[in-house]
Design a protein around this ligand. Structure first.
Ligand code: HEM
Length: 434
């Protein structure tokens, strides 16, 4: 909305803020962004920057914590199989055995991580826009302390852009990374969050003052050469909030079943109709993509090999069906943020399989798949996950045989575990300390 100087302008400037004069038509405009009067938006000011800063303060802290939880959920301590960042060193100080309760834990933490990250994009862009004149301030460093702060800003802005871009590319299944996504996003997160903490510690006191009381005379972000406002400051905030809400509304549905899933237009595994019938729920890798052929999963060809303290056991699917079968209601929750509601799985308890090769007290297990292509052809589970009575080598889902894409003839399903640890097309399980 275009407002004349008499009406909307007063709203664009906040309580207590001096309204800078509009430039005379004849005044020459500066040509380079290094001149403060090059930046002409009348909306810029410390109040707007600070409000956006507070939203990021809460949002990015939650993003960082849920990201750390996601790394812990992979059980990277089960090195080298699950460890996607083997050189993490001290950064792995907080790792712990990922629990199996509540069974929807990873669905929640990773759903929040991905959905919140996408929702914060407009806020991050608006924050960067609000401070962009500062990035061009000359001289680049006035003192050693100032130089250090500028370097930390490089890490802050670069780190923020890097984390958001790699995260979005990953959830959009655009694996354009040099090497694995995990170390890039993991190390990037620590660099970014270190710079973020320093920035938040330096700026929060000023941000509190800015939000409480505006002091335009000290506000370097206010343009000395403002253009006429085309929107009020409240309108600009509404635009950013509206953008965030739109992204939220077109992403969050990927964590729900029913008609809500259809609203997840931005999520590759969200809005797409997963099909009907007992196997009509999301998959990440199809059998064709993974290079698993029907000939090797048939009753005649497929054997499950169990290895452990007492040796090796080979079981056909019919052998497994003669063992006690149990049911568990568990979701599939993917690192990319999508999840399904609870599905009804039926199969043999992992701890019963451990007992077949000599373990009354279940140990860790290494699970290997028939999968030929793609990541996670093998994954390890902790003893607490094997011991949980709801953890199954599933043979059925929702009352029917597993479909090829859901891992026929047998797949692992463990409460609260990330989808990639629920290995499909299982060929071999090696029990014992890993
Ligand atoms: C992704 C997170 C963030 C990014 C990328 C970011 C980026 C920046 C940049 C580049 C500046 C200009 C620095 C300068 O030269 O003075 C700045 C200023 C500022 N930021 Fe942030 N920031 C973030 C989060 C925060 C948070 C969490 C707060 C605190 C609540 C905050 C409050 C401020 C304040 C008060 C200023 C100074 C505005 C002024 O000069 O009046 N920012 N921010």
């Amino acid at each position: 909305m275009v407002r004349g100087p008499a009406g909307g302008v007063a709203r664009a400037y906040g309580r207590g803020m001096a309204r800078p004069p509009f430039p005379a038509r004849s005044r020459p405009l500066p040509r380079t962004p290094f001149s403060p009067s090059f930046w002409r938006s009348p909306l810029r000011g410390s109040w707007l920057t600070s409000v956006l800063g507070f939203v990021l303060l809460g949002g990015i802290t939650v993003l960082f914590l849920t990201g750390l939880l996601s790394y812990a959920a992979y059980n990277p301590g089960l090195s080298p199989v699950n460890d996607k960042t083997p050189d993490k060193g001290l950064l792995g100080f907080y790792l712990f055995s990922w629990p199996t309760d509540p069974h929807w834990l990873y669905r929640l933490t990773q759903g929040v991580h991905v959905t919140l990250g996408i929702t914060l994009i407009p806020v991050l862009l608006a924050k960067l826009w609000s401070v962009v004149p500062k990035l061009f301030t000359l001289p680049p460093a006035r003192s050693l302390a100032h130089a250090l702060e500028r370097v930390s800003l490089l890490l802050l802005v670069g780190g923020a852009l890097f984390e958001f871009v790699t995260g979005v590319l990953n959830v959009q299944l655009d694996y354009v990374f040099p090497g694995s996504f995990y170390p890039l996003h993991f190390y990037g997160a620590w660099v970014f969050f270190g710079a973020f903490l320093a920035h938040a510690a330096l700026k929060t006191p000023a941000a509190v003052r800015n939000v409480r009381q505006l002091r335009a005379e000290h506000d370097e972000l206010i343009s000395p050469n403002p253009a006429r406002p085309t929107v009020s400051r409240r309108g600009a905030l509404g635009l950013v909030g509206g953008g965030s809400l739109l992204l939220l509304a077109t992403t969050a549905g990927q964590s729900f079943d029913g008609p809500l899933r259809g609203t997840a237009l931005l999520a590759p595994h969200g809005g797409a109709e997963p099909g009907t019938g007992p196997g009509g729920f999301q998959i990440n890798k199809t059998a064709a993509y993974a290079g698993v052929h029907a000939a090797e999963t048939s009753e005649e060809a497929w054997r499950l090999v169990l290895a452990g303290r007492t040796g090796t056991v080979r079981l056909s699917r019919s052998d497994l069906l003669r063992l006690p079968l149990y049911s568990s209601s568990l979701p599939i929750a993917c690192v990319e943020g999508w999840s399904t509601s609870d599905q009804e799985w039926r199969g043999v308890r992992l701890r019963d399989l451990a007992a077949l090769v000599g373990y009354d007290d279940p140990p860790d297990v290494l699970v290997e798949s028939l999968q030929r292509h793609g990541a996670f052809r093998r994954a390890a589970l902790r003893a607490n996950q094997v011991a949980d009575p709801r953890s199954l080598l599933a043979l059925y889902v929702n009352g029917a045989d597993l479909t090829p894409d859901h891992g026929h003839p047998a797949r692992v399903i463990v409460p609260a575990a990330p989808g990639v640890l629920n290995t499909k097309w299982v060929a071999r399980m090696t029990f014992g300390e890993l």
